[in-house]
Design a protein around this ligand. Structure first.
Ligand SMILES: Cc1cc2nc3c(=O)[nH]c(=O)nc-3n(C[C@H](O)[C@H](O)[C@H](O)COP(=O)(O)OP(=O)(O)OC[C@H]3O[C@@H](n4cnc5c(N)ncnc54)[C@H](O)[C@@H]3O)c2cc1C
Length: 301
């Protein structure tokens, strides 16, 4: 009997035989919140991944890719379909040849930066201190006021949702402010072309930038996330939240940071629902007071 003739439930069970089910996603996200992934896989190779993508397509099962979970809020209800996490070393390698740095989707952005700097390759050191993996950071074109990851990209290796692998060159991808055209792709790895520089000078610069960044982010025990994109002109999102008098505002266990109002911190008893309610409240208040509608940077599953 063809798989497509079976009941939906049995199709789902057959397709992902051997794949973990009902896996709590909280442990894989920065906020340590959220419900279960219906199916959860950490593929060991590209061929494993391709098989999963093909199976998902056959079963019309949605696929979600988890990075380091630094920019994600997973609802308490959890998420249906297949969640894929690139934790296996097959997806986390970093290789450097000449001015080219190739990093797997699961490689930590911080490690890509420090390894590049130690080899005297500069450009991305400005991004030091931004939490995330290469895949998530490319998708959202992570950056600062002085530049972003996308500007250093030479090519990106991706898998389509049907499992077909292709290599996109720089001119086939567009990067915008905290966005890219890679939305529909599964990012497998990326090659950056960086600039030759003095390793000692670069390391000094990176350390200084790291110290500055630490002062801009909330510190302490509580988990925090960066919530809104900065509007195209004028005040930053954090300044607008502050202008609206919302620093320190609390709903349940979620609090707007006193340190930088574009961060929400979560106390141990906080829930994803608290964070969602606080985000809604802050957006409404900022719009009422400043007439600016803030756009979310944080992704909600
Ligand atoms: C304290 C703090 C400071 C921050 N500062 C900055 C900052 O200065 N600048 C900035 O730009 N951001 C900042 N962020 C946001 C965050 O760090 C970045 O967005 C980060 O790049 C997200 O990477 P991630 O691996 O954690 O992605 P995740 O949060 O896991 O995922 C984000 C998105 O990427 C997708 N994704 C992940 N991997 C892949 C893949 N391989 N293929 C396809 N899609 C994928 C996910 O499906 C999701 O849609 C900050 C966050 C925090 C908590």
């Amino acid at each position: 009997m063809s798989v497509m003739n079976k009941s939906d439930n049995s199709v789902r069970q057959d397709i992902f035989r051997g794949v973990q089910r009902n896996v709590p996603l909280a442990m894989y996200t920065r906020l340590q919140l959220g419900g279960l992934a219906e199916f959860f896989a950490e593929p060991e190779s590209e061929s494993d991944l391709i098989a999963l993508l093909k199976q998902s397509q056959i079963g019309k099962i949605p696929v979600h890719i988890l990075g380091a979970g630094s920019n994600l809020l997973v609802s308490e209800k959890g998420i249906g379909g297949l969640t894929v996490r690139f934790s296996n070393p097959a997806f986390c390698g970093i290789t450097i040849e000449g001015q080219r740095v190739t990093a797997g989707a699961g490689a930590k952005l911080g490690q890509v930066i420090t390894q590049s700097v130690s080899q005297g390759l500069g450009g991305i050191e400005d991004l030091i201190g931004i939490p995330g993996n290469m895949g998530g950071s490319l998708l959202g074109n992570a950056g600062t006021n002085s530049g972003d990851l996308g500007q250093w990209v030479e090519s990106v290796r991706v898998a389509g949702i049907n499992g077909e692998i292709s290599v996109l060159s720089k001119n086939e991808i567009s990067f915008g402010y905290r966005s890219s055209s890679l939305d529909d792709a599964v990012i497998l790895s990326a090659t950056l072309r960086l600039e030759k520089d003095n390793p000692a000078e670069l390391a000094k610069r990176m350390q200084k930038l790291w110290i500055v960044r630490k002062t801009q982010q909330p510190s302490g025990e509580r988990a925090s996330v960066y919530v809104f994109k900065n509007p195209a002109t004028g005040a930053s999102a954090g300044e607008l939240v502050e202008q609206a008098g919302l620093k320190g505002t609390r709903i349940g266990g979620a609090v707007v940071s006193e340190h930088n109002a574009n961060f929400i911190m979560v106390e141990p008893e906080g829930t994803a629902e608290d964070v969602l309610r606080l985000i809604r409240f802050v957006r409404e208040q900022v719009e009422i007071i400043t007439e600016i509608k803030l756009e979310l940077s944080l992704e909600i599953w």
